[in-house]
Design a protein around this ligand. Structure first.
Ligand code: SF4
Ligand code: SF4
Length: 137
């Protein structure tokens, strides 16, 4: 039986850990770029030049030298929260975190929001997994 058949609890504690991963990337889809261009209010050309780079042929958000996402601010958190990319909106309901209970437990060791707060039902979790199809892991 799929371990999350009855849903999973998660509410973001806004600790910022997932915005400060030294060796991670935030991959951007076409829709993500459109939303962020609208959210930042600058041209797409400027947005791409200031905030993005290309890794293995894919567009990703730049990081600060310490690994923090370019949109992360210590005092306010994500500066583009309402326009944040799909990868950020669907965390922690990523395929690799939902492979089995052990993967979910490991994700919970990293993310303090996992395991408490809002209950997310099976259908919502499946929608998140489906929306992440095609994104690099
Ligand atoms: S690690 Fe979890 S609790 Fe912390 S900001 Fe990210 S999603 Fe929220
Ligand atoms: S876009 Fe926002 S939510 Fe996503 S990693 Fe950057 S700061 Fe965090």
């Amino acid at each position: 039986m799929i371990f999350y058949k009855n849903g999973l609890r998660f509410s973001c504690a806004f600790c910022g850990k997932c915005c400060r991963i030294k060796d991670g990337y935030v991959w951007l889809s076409r829709g993500d770029v459109d939303a962020l261009v609208a959210g930042t209010g600058i041209s797409e050309e400027d947005f791409r030049g200031i905030y993005t780079e290309t890794v293995d042929g894919a567009v990703v958000l730049k990081d600060f030298p310490n690994g923090d996402c370019i949109f992360f601010d210590e005092s306010i958190g994500c500066k583009v929260y309402s326009a944040r990319p799909l990868q950020c909106r669907t965390f922690p309901f990523w395929p690799e975190n939902l492979r089995d209970e052990n993967s979910w437990r490991k994700a919970a060791e990293f993310c303090p929001g996992i395991g408490s707060g809002e209950k997310h039902d099976f259908e919502e979790i499946m929608r998140n997994i489906a929306s992440m199809k095609g994104m690099p892991e």
